[in-house]
Write a protein that binds this ligand. Structure first.
Ligand SMILES: Cc1cc2nc3c(=O)[nH]c(=O)nc-3n(C[C@H](O)[C@H](O)[C@H](O)COP(=O)(O)OP(=O)(O)OC[C@H]3O[C@@H](n4cnc5c(N)ncnc54)[C@H](O)[C@@H]3O)c2cc1C
Length: 491
Protein backbone atom coordinates (compact mmCIF):
# COMPACT_ATOMS: atom_id res chain seq x y z
CA UNK A 1 0.00 0.00 0.00
CA UNK A 2 2.85 2.38 0.85
CA UNK A 3 4.59 1.58 -2.46
CA UNK A 4 1.39 2.37 -4.37
CA UNK A 5 1.01 5.72 -2.60
CA UNK A 6 4.62 6.62 -3.38
CA UNK A 7 4.08 5.38 -6.93
CA UNK A 8 1.09 7.71 -7.48
CA UNK A 9 3.07 10.76 -6.38
CA UNK A 10 6.63 9.92 -7.48
CA UNK A 11 6.56 7.46 -10.40
CA UNK A 12 7.23 10.20 -12.94
CA UNK A 13 10.32 11.45 -11.13
CA UNK A 14 13.34 9.94 -12.94
CA UNK A 15 15.49 10.33 -9.81
CA UNK A 16 13.29 8.08 -7.68
CA UNK A 17 13.23 4.28 -7.73
CA UNK A 18 11.10 2.24 -5.29
CA UNK A 19 12.04 -1.31 -4.20
CA UNK A 20 10.00 -3.57 -1.92
CA UNK A 21 12.09 -6.06 0.06
CA UNK A 22 10.23 -8.99 1.56
CA UNK A 23 11.44 -12.02 3.51
CA UNK A 24 10.57 -15.55 2.43
CA UNK A 25 11.36 -16.65 6.00
CA UNK A 26 8.99 -14.24 7.76
CA UNK A 27 5.35 -14.76 6.73
CA UNK A 28 2.86 -11.89 6.58
CA UNK A 29 0.39 -11.76 9.46
CA UNK A 30 -2.41 -12.67 7.02
CA UNK A 31 -5.32 -11.08 8.89
CA UNK A 32 -7.00 -7.73 8.31
CA UNK A 33 -10.12 -8.21 6.24
CA UNK A 34 -12.33 -5.29 7.23
CA UNK A 35 -11.99 -1.76 5.81
CA UNK A 36 -13.67 1.66 5.94
CA UNK A 37 -15.02 3.72 2.98
CA UNK A 38 -11.77 5.64 2.45
CA UNK A 39 -10.38 2.50 0.78
CA UNK A 40 -12.53 3.15 -2.33
CA UNK A 41 -10.92 6.53 -2.95
CA UNK A 42 -7.48 5.00 -2.39
CA UNK A 43 -7.98 2.11 -4.83
CA UNK A 44 -9.30 4.53 -7.40
CA UNK A 45 -6.18 6.71 -6.95
CA UNK A 46 -4.00 3.62 -7.40
CA UNK A 47 -5.78 3.00 -10.73
CA UNK A 48 -7.30 -0.33 -9.59
CA UNK A 49 -10.74 -0.95 -11.06
CA UNK A 50 -13.53 -1.87 -8.66
CA UNK A 51 -14.41 -4.86 -10.83
CA UNK A 52 -10.85 -6.24 -10.41
CA UNK A 53 -11.17 -5.72 -6.68
CA UNK A 54 -14.53 -7.52 -6.56
CA UNK A 55 -13.45 -10.33 -8.86
CA UNK A 56 -10.10 -11.25 -7.32
CA UNK A 57 -10.28 -10.92 -3.51
CA UNK A 58 -13.46 -12.85 -2.48
CA UNK A 59 -14.73 -9.34 -1.78
CA UNK A 60 -18.05 -8.44 -0.19
CA UNK A 61 -19.55 -5.04 0.62
CA UNK A 62 -19.50 -3.63 4.13
CA UNK A 63 -22.02 -0.93 5.07
CA UNK A 64 -20.86 -0.73 8.69
CA UNK A 65 -20.49 -2.76 11.88
CA UNK A 66 -23.25 -4.42 13.88
CA UNK A 67 -22.41 -4.43 17.59
CA UNK A 68 -24.23 -6.86 19.83
CA UNK A 69 -23.94 -7.51 23.58
CA UNK A 70 -21.94 -4.34 24.18
CA UNK A 71 -24.58 -3.23 26.67
CA UNK A 72 -26.14 -5.09 29.59
CA UNK A 73 -29.32 -7.09 29.01
CA UNK A 74 -31.22 -4.55 31.14
CA UNK A 75 -30.44 -1.78 28.65
CA UNK A 76 -33.08 -3.22 26.30
CA UNK A 77 -31.29 -3.14 22.95
CA UNK A 78 -29.48 -6.27 21.92
CA UNK A 79 -27.56 -4.53 19.14
CA UNK A 80 -26.76 -1.27 17.41
CA UNK A 81 -25.05 -0.36 14.14
CA UNK A 82 -22.17 1.93 13.37
CA UNK A 83 -23.08 2.44 9.69
CA UNK A 84 -21.11 4.37 7.09
CA UNK A 85 -24.17 6.32 5.91
CA UNK A 86 -24.92 9.66 7.51
CA UNK A 87 -27.08 10.17 10.61
CA UNK A 88 -28.21 13.50 9.11
CA UNK A 89 -31.22 12.69 6.85
CA UNK A 90 -31.67 15.36 4.17
CA UNK A 91 -28.67 17.07 5.77
CA UNK A 92 -30.55 17.84 9.04
CA UNK A 93 -29.25 17.21 12.53
CA UNK A 94 -32.19 15.42 14.17
CA UNK A 95 -30.17 14.07 17.12
CA UNK A 96 -31.81 16.19 19.82
CA UNK A 97 -35.27 15.40 18.49
CA UNK A 98 -34.45 11.71 18.26
CA UNK A 99 -33.10 11.47 21.79
CA UNK A 100 -36.04 13.28 23.32
CA UNK A 101 -38.70 11.47 21.29
CA UNK A 102 -37.33 7.97 20.74
CA UNK A 103 -35.26 7.05 23.80
CA UNK A 104 -36.33 3.42 23.39
CA UNK A 105 -34.92 3.07 19.85
CA UNK A 106 -31.26 2.80 19.14
CA UNK A 107 -29.92 5.74 17.16
CA UNK A 108 -28.72 3.74 14.16
CA UNK A 109 -32.38 3.35 13.04
CA UNK A 110 -31.94 6.86 11.62
CA UNK A 111 -29.39 5.63 9.08
CA UNK A 112 -30.40 5.12 5.47
CA UNK A 113 -28.68 1.74 5.46
CA UNK A 114 -30.50 0.34 8.50
CA UNK A 115 -33.19 -1.63 6.66
CA UNK A 116 -30.87 -2.88 3.89
CA UNK A 117 -28.39 -4.14 6.49
CA UNK A 118 -31.11 -6.00 8.33
CA UNK A 119 -32.24 -7.58 5.03
CA UNK A 120 -28.75 -8.53 3.75
CA UNK A 121 -29.03 -6.27 0.69
CA UNK A 122 -26.21 -5.11 -1.55
CA UNK A 123 -25.45 -1.36 -1.18
CA UNK A 124 -24.94 -1.02 -4.96
CA UNK A 125 -27.53 -1.08 -7.71
CA UNK A 126 -26.77 -2.96 -10.93
CA UNK A 127 -26.46 0.42 -12.61
CA UNK A 128 -24.18 1.97 -9.95
CA UNK A 129 -20.89 3.29 -11.29
CA UNK A 130 -17.49 2.21 -9.98
CA UNK A 131 -16.91 2.97 -6.30
CA UNK A 132 -20.43 4.44 -5.96
CA UNK A 133 -23.36 2.93 -4.09
CA UNK A 134 -26.95 3.70 -3.13
CA UNK A 135 -25.40 4.16 0.35
CA UNK A 136 -21.75 4.49 1.33
CA UNK A 137 -19.77 1.29 1.79
CA UNK A 138 -16.34 -0.29 2.23
CA UNK A 139 -15.21 -3.90 1.68
CA UNK A 140 -14.42 -7.16 3.39
CA UNK A 141 -11.73 -9.09 1.51
CA UNK A 142 -9.24 -11.94 1.64
CA UNK A 143 -6.10 -10.20 3.00
CA UNK A 144 -3.66 -12.41 1.03
CA UNK A 145 -5.45 -11.90 -2.29
CA UNK A 146 -5.77 -8.17 -1.66
CA UNK A 147 -2.00 -7.91 -1.05
CA UNK A 148 -1.36 -9.69 -4.35
CA UNK A 149 -3.70 -7.34 -6.20
CA UNK A 150 -2.09 -4.14 -4.91
CA UNK A 151 1.44 -5.57 -5.19
CA UNK A 152 0.97 -6.40 -8.86
CA UNK A 153 -0.54 -2.94 -9.43
CA UNK A 154 2.52 -1.27 -7.84
CA UNK A 155 4.85 -3.27 -10.09
CA UNK A 156 2.91 -2.89 -13.35
CA UNK A 157 1.63 0.66 -13.03
CA UNK A 158 4.42 2.35 -11.09
CA UNK A 159 7.47 0.22 -11.95
CA UNK A 160 8.06 -0.73 -8.30
CA UNK A 161 10.78 -3.38 -7.97
CA UNK A 162 10.23 -6.38 -5.69
CA UNK A 163 12.88 -8.65 -4.24
CA UNK A 164 13.14 -11.38 -1.62
CA UNK A 165 15.77 -10.99 1.09
CA UNK A 166 15.83 -11.17 4.88
CA UNK A 167 17.34 -8.19 6.68
CA UNK A 168 19.73 -9.54 9.32
CA UNK A 169 21.63 -6.40 10.22
CA UNK A 170 21.49 -2.66 9.67
CA UNK A 171 24.51 -0.36 9.27
CA UNK A 172 23.87 3.15 10.53
CA UNK A 173 25.13 6.39 8.96
CA UNK A 174 27.22 8.84 10.91
CA UNK A 175 24.18 11.03 11.56
CA UNK A 176 22.32 8.04 13.09
CA UNK A 177 20.14 7.37 10.01
CA UNK A 178 20.09 4.07 8.13
CA UNK A 179 23.09 3.53 5.86
CA UNK A 180 22.63 0.04 4.47
CA UNK A 181 20.90 -3.31 4.97
CA UNK A 182 22.77 -6.57 5.45
CA UNK A 183 20.85 -9.66 4.30
CA UNK A 184 20.95 -13.21 5.67
CA UNK A 185 22.85 -14.39 2.56
CA UNK A 186 25.66 -11.94 3.42
CA UNK A 187 24.89 -9.42 0.67
CA UNK A 188 24.26 -5.81 1.54
CA UNK A 189 22.52 -2.90 -0.16
CA UNK A 190 22.23 0.84 0.46
CA UNK A 191 19.24 3.06 -0.29
CA UNK A 192 18.60 6.75 0.41
CA UNK A 193 15.32 6.41 2.25
CA UNK A 194 13.66 3.49 4.03
CA UNK A 195 10.04 2.56 4.81
CA UNK A 196 9.82 0.03 7.63
CA UNK A 197 6.86 -2.27 6.88
CA UNK A 198 8.25 -5.30 8.75
CA UNK A 199 5.21 -5.92 10.97
CA UNK A 200 5.26 -6.11 14.78
CA UNK A 201 9.07 -6.65 14.76
CA UNK A 202 9.70 -3.10 13.37
CA UNK A 203 13.19 -4.17 12.27
CA UNK A 204 14.34 -0.71 11.17
CA UNK A 205 12.50 1.93 13.20
CA UNK A 206 12.25 -0.10 16.42
CA UNK A 207 15.27 -2.43 16.06
CA UNK A 208 18.02 -0.41 14.37
CA UNK A 209 16.90 3.13 15.30
CA UNK A 210 15.66 2.07 18.75
CA UNK A 211 12.53 4.19 18.59
CA UNK A 212 10.55 3.42 21.74
CA UNK A 213 7.12 1.78 21.62
CA UNK A 214 4.47 3.59 23.63
CA UNK A 215 2.41 0.92 25.27
CA UNK A 216 -1.33 1.71 25.48
CA UNK A 217 -2.46 -1.45 27.23
CA UNK A 218 -3.64 0.67 30.16
CA UNK A 219 -6.34 2.08 27.87
CA UNK A 220 -7.36 -0.95 25.83
CA UNK A 221 -7.18 -4.21 27.75
CA UNK A 222 -7.53 -6.79 24.97
CA UNK A 223 -4.20 -8.33 23.88
CA UNK A 224 -4.88 -11.66 22.13
CA UNK A 225 -6.93 -13.07 19.28
CA UNK A 226 -7.90 -16.57 18.15
CA UNK A 227 -8.48 -16.65 14.42
CA UNK A 228 -10.50 -19.12 12.33
CA UNK A 229 -11.83 -19.42 8.79
CA UNK A 230 -15.14 -21.21 8.18
CA UNK A 231 -16.27 -22.12 4.65
CA UNK A 232 -19.69 -20.77 3.68
CA UNK A 233 -22.16 -22.46 1.36
CA UNK A 234 -22.57 -20.88 -2.11
CA UNK A 235 -26.23 -20.04 -1.52
CA UNK A 236 -25.97 -18.63 2.00
CA UNK A 237 -26.95 -14.99 2.57
CA UNK A 238 -24.03 -12.54 2.81
CA UNK A 239 -24.44 -9.92 5.50
CA UNK A 240 -23.39 -6.45 4.34
CA UNK A 241 -21.66 -5.67 7.64
CA UNK A 242 -19.05 -6.93 10.10
CA UNK A 243 -20.55 -8.44 13.23
CA UNK A 244 -18.80 -7.51 16.50
CA UNK A 245 -20.30 -9.52 19.35
CA UNK A 246 -19.02 -8.72 22.83
CA UNK A 247 -18.34 -11.47 25.37
CA UNK A 248 -17.11 -11.65 28.97
CA UNK A 249 -13.59 -10.32 28.26
CA UNK A 250 -13.55 -9.01 24.68
CA UNK A 251 -15.51 -9.65 21.49
CA UNK A 252 -15.83 -11.85 18.40
CA UNK A 253 -15.62 -10.61 14.82
CA UNK A 254 -17.49 -12.26 11.98
CA UNK A 255 -16.51 -11.06 8.51
CA UNK A 256 -18.40 -12.56 5.55
CA UNK A 257 -16.48 -13.14 2.30
CA UNK A 258 -17.95 -14.79 -0.80
CA UNK A 259 -16.42 -18.20 -0.03
CA UNK A 260 -15.92 -18.21 3.73
CA UNK A 261 -16.29 -16.30 6.96
CA UNK A 262 -13.26 -14.82 8.71
CA UNK A 263 -13.81 -15.15 12.45
CA UNK A 264 -11.77 -14.00 15.40
CA UNK A 265 -12.13 -14.03 19.16
CA UNK A 266 -10.41 -10.99 20.72
CA UNK A 267 -9.80 -11.22 24.47
CA UNK A 268 -7.78 -9.84 27.37
CA UNK A 269 -5.46 -12.58 28.61
CA UNK A 270 -5.39 -11.10 32.11
CA UNK A 271 -9.12 -11.82 32.43
CA UNK A 272 -9.63 -14.88 30.23
CA UNK A 273 -7.51 -17.98 29.59
CA UNK A 274 -6.99 -19.38 26.09
CA UNK A 275 -9.30 -22.29 26.99
CA UNK A 276 -12.06 -19.94 28.13
CA UNK A 277 -11.65 -17.87 24.97
CA UNK A 278 -11.91 -21.06 22.92
CA UNK A 279 -15.11 -21.89 24.81
CA UNK A 280 -16.61 -18.44 24.01
CA UNK A 281 -15.53 -18.81 20.40
CA UNK A 282 -16.98 -22.36 20.12
CA UNK A 283 -20.30 -21.15 21.48
CA UNK A 284 -20.43 -18.42 18.82
CA UNK A 285 -19.38 -20.70 15.95
CA UNK A 286 -21.87 -23.37 17.07
CA UNK A 287 -19.48 -26.32 17.44
CA UNK A 288 -16.67 -27.33 19.79
CA UNK A 289 -13.43 -25.94 18.35
CA UNK A 290 -10.10 -27.63 19.02
CA UNK A 291 -7.12 -25.46 19.96
CA UNK A 292 -5.13 -26.59 16.89
CA UNK A 293 -7.96 -25.44 14.56
CA UNK A 294 -7.45 -21.80 15.51
CA UNK A 295 -4.44 -19.52 15.24
CA UNK A 296 -3.48 -17.49 18.28
CA UNK A 297 -2.18 -13.98 17.59
CA UNK A 298 -0.73 -11.91 20.45
CA UNK A 299 -1.44 -8.19 19.98
CA UNK A 300 0.73 -5.29 21.13
CA UNK A 301 -1.49 -2.23 21.68
CA UNK A 302 0.28 1.10 21.21
CA UNK A 303 2.43 2.99 18.75
CA UNK A 304 5.99 4.23 18.19
CA UNK A 305 7.12 7.38 19.96
CA UNK A 306 8.03 8.70 16.51
CA UNK A 307 6.89 7.33 13.17
CA UNK A 308 9.57 9.06 11.13
CA UNK A 309 13.18 9.18 12.38
CA UNK A 310 16.05 10.38 10.16
CA UNK A 311 15.64 8.59 6.79
CA UNK A 312 13.15 5.95 8.00
CA UNK A 313 9.32 5.97 8.28
CA UNK A 314 7.28 3.02 9.58
CA UNK A 315 3.90 1.79 8.33
CA UNK A 316 1.46 -0.95 9.23
CA UNK A 317 2.09 -2.96 12.36
CA UNK A 318 5.65 -1.54 12.57
CA UNK A 319 4.03 1.87 13.16
CA UNK A 320 1.50 0.82 15.78
CA UNK A 321 -1.60 -1.24 16.40
CA UNK A 322 -4.94 -0.96 18.15
CA UNK A 323 -7.09 -4.04 18.35
CA UNK A 324 -9.24 -4.50 15.21
CA UNK A 325 -12.63 -3.32 16.54
CA UNK A 326 -13.14 -0.47 14.06
CA UNK A 327 -10.81 -1.81 11.31
CA UNK A 328 -8.34 1.04 11.86
CA UNK A 329 -4.99 -0.48 10.90
CA UNK A 330 -5.23 -0.42 7.10
CA UNK A 331 -6.93 2.97 7.46
CA UNK A 332 -4.03 4.56 9.39
CA UNK A 333 -1.46 3.05 7.01
CA UNK A 334 -3.44 4.33 4.05
CA UNK A 335 -3.76 7.80 5.56
CA UNK A 336 -0.14 8.13 6.69
CA UNK A 337 1.40 6.63 3.53
CA UNK A 338 -0.59 9.14 1.51
CA UNK A 339 0.71 11.93 3.75
CA UNK A 340 4.34 10.81 3.30
CA UNK A 341 3.93 10.48 -0.47
CA UNK A 342 2.60 14.06 -0.68
CA UNK A 343 5.44 15.39 1.49
CA UNK A 344 8.25 13.12 0.33
CA UNK A 345 11.68 14.71 1.01
CA UNK A 346 13.85 15.34 -2.06
CA UNK A 347 16.89 16.38 0.02
CA UNK A 348 18.25 15.22 3.38
CA UNK A 349 18.12 18.78 4.65
CA UNK A 350 14.33 18.79 4.23
CA UNK A 351 13.84 15.84 6.58
CA UNK A 352 13.75 17.63 9.99
CA UNK A 353 11.00 20.02 8.85
CA UNK A 354 8.88 17.41 7.09
CA UNK A 355 9.32 14.70 9.72
CA UNK A 356 8.46 17.06 12.59
CA UNK A 357 5.09 17.91 11.08
CA UNK A 358 4.45 14.33 9.99
CA UNK A 359 5.12 12.95 13.49
CA UNK A 360 2.76 15.51 15.00
CA UNK A 361 -0.08 14.63 12.62
CA UNK A 362 0.32 10.85 12.82
CA UNK A 363 0.55 10.92 16.64
CA UNK A 364 -2.69 12.93 16.78
CA UNK A 365 -4.32 10.41 14.46
CA UNK A 366 -3.24 7.43 16.56
CA UNK A 367 -4.37 9.07 19.78
CA UNK A 368 -7.82 9.73 18.34
CA UNK A 369 -8.04 6.18 16.96
CA UNK A 370 -7.36 4.82 20.46
CA UNK A 371 -9.98 7.20 21.88
CA UNK A 372 -12.60 5.94 19.45
CA UNK A 373 -11.87 2.24 20.02
CA UNK A 374 -11.81 2.76 23.78
CA UNK A 375 -15.17 4.56 23.62
CA UNK A 376 -16.91 1.25 22.78
CA UNK A 377 -15.66 -0.23 26.04
CA UNK A 378 -15.64 2.68 28.48
CA UNK A 379 -19.26 3.87 28.07
CA UNK A 380 -20.81 0.41 28.34
CA UNK A 381 -23.20 -0.29 31.23
CA UNK A 382 -21.94 -3.91 31.46
CA UNK A 383 -20.56 -4.77 34.89
CA UNK A 384 -21.01 -8.55 34.75
CA UNK A 385 -17.29 -9.47 34.79
CA UNK A 386 -14.09 -7.95 36.17
CA UNK A 387 -13.06 -7.13 32.58
CA UNK A 388 -16.12 -4.93 32.06
CA UNK A 389 -15.78 -3.36 35.51
CA UNK A 390 -12.16 -2.44 34.75
CA UNK A 391 -12.91 -1.20 31.21
CA UNK A 392 -15.68 1.08 32.42
CA UNK A 393 -14.40 2.20 35.80
CA UNK A 394 -10.64 1.81 35.94
CA UNK A 395 -9.00 2.35 32.55
CA UNK A 396 -7.35 5.66 31.90
CA UNK A 397 -8.91 8.01 29.31
CA UNK A 398 -6.95 10.55 27.29
CA UNK A 399 -7.54 14.16 28.24
CA UNK A 400 -9.30 14.70 24.90
CA UNK A 401 -11.70 11.76 25.27
CA UNK A 402 -12.46 12.64 28.86
CA UNK A 403 -13.12 16.26 27.91
CA UNK A 404 -15.33 15.26 25.00
CA UNK A 405 -17.41 12.84 27.09
CA UNK A 406 -17.95 15.50 29.75
CA UNK A 407 -19.02 17.97 27.09
CA UNK A 408 -21.36 15.46 25.45
CA UNK A 409 -23.04 14.65 28.72
CA UNK A 410 -24.13 18.30 28.68
CA UNK A 411 -25.06 18.59 25.00
CA UNK A 412 -25.10 16.34 21.93
CA UNK A 413 -21.93 16.31 19.75
CA UNK A 414 -21.73 18.73 16.84
CA UNK A 415 -19.11 19.06 14.12
CA UNK A 416 -17.81 22.16 15.94
CA UNK A 417 -16.52 19.82 18.69
CA UNK A 418 -13.89 18.54 16.24
CA UNK A 419 -11.26 21.12 15.52
CA UNK A 420 -8.72 19.08 13.56
CA UNK A 421 -8.76 17.89 9.96
CA UNK A 422 -6.95 14.80 11.27
CA UNK A 423 -9.81 13.49 13.40
CA UNK A 424 -10.13 10.23 11.52
CA UNK A 425 -13.43 9.61 13.36
CA UNK A 426 -15.74 12.61 13.41
CA UNK A 427 -19.09 13.67 14.75
CA UNK A 428 -21.11 11.16 12.70
CA UNK A 429 -19.09 8.18 13.97
CA UNK A 430 -19.36 9.36 17.56
CA UNK A 431 -23.13 9.93 17.30
CA UNK A 432 -23.75 6.34 16.25
CA UNK A 433 -21.62 4.80 18.98
CA UNK A 434 -22.61 7.17 21.81
CA UNK A 435 -26.32 6.84 21.21
CA UNK A 436 -26.18 3.23 20.04
CA UNK A 437 -24.87 2.70 23.57
CA UNK A 438 -27.38 5.07 25.19
CA UNK A 439 -24.80 7.52 26.48
CA UNK A 440 -26.64 9.84 28.93
CA UNK A 441 -26.88 13.35 27.55
CA UNK A 442 -29.18 16.36 27.79
CA UNK A 443 -30.94 16.98 24.46
CA UNK A 444 -31.93 20.60 23.93
CA UNK A 445 -35.63 21.43 24.04
CA UNK A 446 -36.95 22.04 20.52
CA UNK A 447 -39.69 24.50 19.56
CA UNK A 448 -42.93 23.04 18.18
CA UNK A 449 -41.92 24.12 14.68
CA UNK A 450 -38.51 22.44 14.94
CA UNK A 451 -40.06 19.32 16.44
CA UNK A 452 -42.63 19.00 13.68
CA UNK A 453 -39.99 19.45 11.01
CA UNK A 454 -37.66 16.89 12.65
CA UNK A 455 -40.49 14.41 13.03
CA UNK A 456 -41.36 14.69 9.31
CA UNK A 457 -37.69 14.21 8.36
CA UNK A 458 -37.32 11.16 10.61
CA UNK A 459 -40.48 9.59 9.17
CA UNK A 460 -39.31 10.27 5.60
CA UNK A 461 -35.90 8.74 6.45
CA UNK A 462 -37.56 5.58 7.79
CA UNK A 463 -39.64 5.21 4.61
CA UNK A 464 -36.59 5.89 2.44
CA UNK A 465 -34.58 3.21 4.26
CA UNK A 466 -37.41 0.65 3.81
CA UNK A 467 -37.92 1.52 0.16
CA UNK A 468 -34.20 1.26 -0.57
CA UNK A 469 -34.06 -2.18 1.03
CA UNK A 470 -37.02 -3.25 -1.12
CA UNK A 471 -35.36 -1.98 -4.28
CA UNK A 472 -31.83 -3.37 -3.78
CA UNK A 473 -30.78 -6.96 -4.53
CA UNK A 474 -29.62 -9.44 -1.90
CA UNK A 475 -25.83 -9.12 -1.68
CA UNK A 476 -25.22 -12.79 -2.60
CA UNK A 477 -27.35 -12.46 -5.76
CA UNK A 478 -25.59 -9.22 -6.83
CA UNK A 479 -22.12 -10.71 -6.42
CA UNK A 480 -23.10 -13.97 -8.15
CA UNK A 481 -24.51 -12.05 -11.12
CA UNK A 482 -21.29 -10.06 -11.39
CA UNK A 483 -19.17 -13.25 -11.37
CA UNK A 484 -21.41 -14.83 -14.05
CA UNK A 485 -21.18 -11.71 -16.18
CA UNK A 486 -17.37 -11.65 -15.90
CA UNK A 487 -17.19 -15.36 -16.81
CA UNK A 488 -19.34 -14.80 -19.92
CA UNK A 489 -17.13 -11.86 -20.88
CA UNK A 490 -14.03 -14.09 -20.44
CA UNK A 491 -12.65 -11.92 -17.63
C1 LIG B 1 -6.00 -10.04 14.96
C2 LIG B 1 -5.85 -8.95 13.94
C3 LIG B 1 -6.95 -8.55 13.18
C4 LIG B 1 -6.82 -7.49 12.26
N1 LIG B 1 -7.93 -7.06 11.57
C5 LIG B 1 -7.83 -5.95 10.81
C6 LIG B 1 -8.96 -5.42 10.13
O1 LIG B 1 -10.08 -5.97 10.16
N2 LIG B 1 -8.80 -4.30 9.40
C7 LIG B 1 -7.59 -3.66 9.30
O2 LIG B 1 -7.51 -2.61 8.69
N3 LIG B 1 -6.50 -4.20 9.87
C8 LIG B 1 -6.59 -5.29 10.63
N4 LIG B 1 -5.47 -5.81 11.21
C9 LIG B 1 -4.16 -5.22 10.90
C10 LIG B 1 -3.66 -5.79 9.57
O3 LIG B 1 -3.51 -7.18 9.69
C11 LIG B 1 -2.34 -5.14 9.18
O4 LIG B 1 -2.50 -3.75 9.13
C12 LIG B 1 -1.91 -5.56 7.80
O5 LIG B 1 -1.96 -6.94 7.67
C13 LIG B 1 -0.53 -5.05 7.48
O6 LIG B 1 0.43 -5.76 8.17
P1 LIG B 1 1.97 -5.40 7.93
O7 LIG B 1 2.24 -5.40 6.48
O8 LIG B 1 2.30 -4.20 8.71
O9 LIG B 1 2.74 -6.62 8.63
P2 LIG B 1 2.93 -8.14 8.18
O10 LIG B 1 1.74 -8.69 7.50
O11 LIG B 1 3.43 -8.82 9.41
O12 LIG B 1 4.11 -8.09 7.10
C14 LIG B 1 5.44 -7.88 7.47
C15 LIG B 1 6.30 -8.01 6.23
O13 LIG B 1 7.63 -7.67 6.56
C16 LIG B 1 8.52 -8.67 6.08
N5 LIG B 1 9.63 -8.77 7.02
C17 LIG B 1 9.58 -8.91 8.36
N6 LIG B 1 10.83 -9.00 8.87
C18 LIG B 1 11.67 -8.89 7.81
C19 LIG B 1 13.09 -8.91 7.67
N7 LIG B 1 13.89 -9.06 8.74
N8 LIG B 1 13.61 -8.79 6.44
C20 LIG B 1 12.83 -8.63 5.35
N9 LIG B 1 11.47 -8.59 5.42
C21 LIG B 1 10.93 -8.73 6.64
C22 LIG B 1 7.71 -9.95 6.04
O14 LIG B 1 8.23 -10.86 5.09
C23 LIG B 1 6.33 -9.41 5.64
O15 LIG B 1 6.23 -9.32 4.25
C24 LIG B 1 -5.57 -6.88 12.09
C25 LIG B 1 -4.46 -7.32 12.82
C26 LIG B 1 -4.59 -8.32 13.75
C27 LIG B 1 -3.38 -8.75 14.54
Amino acid sequence: MAANHLGVELANDPDIEITVIESKDVPVIGVGEGTVPRIKETLDRFGISEVAMLASCDTTFKTGIKFSNWMSRESGDEFYYHPFSTPYPQGFDVTDYWLSQNPEYCFSHISESFALSEQDRCPKRKSSGPYVGAVDYAYHFNAGKFSELIASNAKQRFGVKHKFATVKDVILREDGGIGSLVYSDGESEAYDFYLDCSGFSAVLLGGALKTAFEDKSDRILTDSALVLQEPSTPDSAIRPYTTARAHKAGWIWDIPLTTRRGLGCVYASKYMSDEEALGEFSEYVGRQLQIDEVRKIPMKIGFREKFWQKNCVAFGLAQGFVEPLEATSILVTDFSANLLAKRFPRYYDDIPQLSGYYNKVVRYTWERVIDFVQLHYCISDRRDTQFWIDCTEKTKLSEELSDRLERWSIATPKSLDFFSAFDIFGVENYLYVLYGMKFPTKPIALSDVESTKASEIVEAARKQSESLAGELMPQRAWLTELQQHLKRAGM
